[in-house]
Design a protein around this ligand. Structure first.
Ligand code: NAD
Length: 292
């Protein structure tokens, strides 16, 4: 079975690496956090002493790191040098489009195959192996990455050239951030008008106000029993992570000269909510800010 070097086995990477190990791959895990490595070892991975040791001779090198600066440093610092010519390099982190493009181009200049493959789905999907991967990079690199990604996910979609996986991710999450704000403020208005919450849901979920934010992730308790609103917004997709993705979208929009007023408004509201202590709550808790 293929050997995988997995760098960054935190909340997301830990579950992803475990699924690769369960499928029979030899997974060498490296993380700056020793506890994270110990958890990966308990899930069937082996501990690597460094990123270089994890990557040397591996058939696939997978990174799941916090931000673009970590990814650029990891590839320039050790991973490009350690990678075998046949290895597929897969960055699953959510990072800025410009860094994803430049790291992908640097890999190509070295004759290495690389994709950016950010994910949709949180830690539950990472643990269950049901992530959705949006993949940027040359077709041959996509084909090489696909079997590894399919072991960790339920959908693997080629978005285009290097950086287009990240472009798809931030555009999708900009829609999500804005529709959640719009849905939350509509539920607050309905409450203040005396319209019963469940009744409003029953109507709007079958009318033109319907969206994923309403029918799968309703920001008020009751209508969708699995939504974080029913457990006081614990778990789920943290406001801080939504804010990170919206900031990436705004930065990309500035570079591309795109006008994104709804995305900018959503970013301002989530920033205000985070400043008020909401950063750790699920992002649908923005309804609390709107309720006042
Ligand atoms: P995390 O902080 O739990 O994990 C990141 C890990 O990287 C940490 O364990 C950290 O010690 C390690 N790390 C940092 N720099 C390193 C380096 N140079 N070498 C080795 N290890 C290093 O974060 P996470 O929640 O797993 O998120 C990882 C990525 O996935 C982020 O880009 C995030 O935006 C994205 N993401 C997260 C979620 C989610 O729900 N948590 C969902 C989708 C996407």
């Amino acid at each position: 079975m293929p050997i995988i070097g997995f760098i960054g086995v935190g909340n997301m990477g830990g579950g992803m690496a475990a699924n690769l190990a369960r499928a029979g791959h030899q997974v060498r895990a490296f993380d700056l956090n020793e506890d994270a490595v110990a958890r990966a070892v308990a899930q069937g991975c082996t501990a690597a002493a460094s990123a270089r040791a994890a990557a040397s001779g591996a058939d696939a090198i997978i990174t799941m790191l916090p931000a673009g600066s970590h990814v650029a440093a990891a590839y320039a610092g050790a991973l490009f040098a350690a990678a075998s010519p046949h290895a597929i390099l897969i960055d699953c982190s959510t990072i800025d489009v410009a860094t994803a493009r430049s790291v992908g181009e640097a890999a190509a200049e070295k004759g290495l195959h690389m994709v950016d493959a950010p994910v949709s789905g949180g830690t539950a999907a990472a643990d269950a192996g049901t992530l959705t991967f949006m993949v940027g990079g040359p077709a041959a690199a996509f084909d090489a990455a696909r079997p590894f990604l399919e072991t960790m996910g339920k959908a693997v979609i080629h978005a285009g050239a290097a950086g287009m996986g990240q472009a798809a991710k931030i555009c999708n999450n900009m829609i999500l951030g804005a529709t959640m704000v719009a849905t939350a403020e509509a539920f607050v208005l309905a409450e203040k008008l005396g319209l019963d919450t469940q009744t409003f849901f029953d109507i709007s979920s079958k009318a033109s106000g319907q969206s994923w934010s309403m029918t799968s992730y309703c920001p008020v308790p009751g209508p969708v029993p699995t939504s974080p609103a029913n457990r006081d917004y614990a778990g789920g997709f943290a406001t801080a992570l939504m804010l990170k993705d919206l900031k990436l979208a705004l930065a990309a929009a500035t570079t591309a000269g795109a006008s994104v007023p709804m995305g900018a408004q959503a970013e301002a509201l989530y920033q205000l909510f985070a400043n008020n202590g909401g950063g750790g709550s699920d992002f649908s808790a923005i309804v609390k800010l709107l309720r006042g």
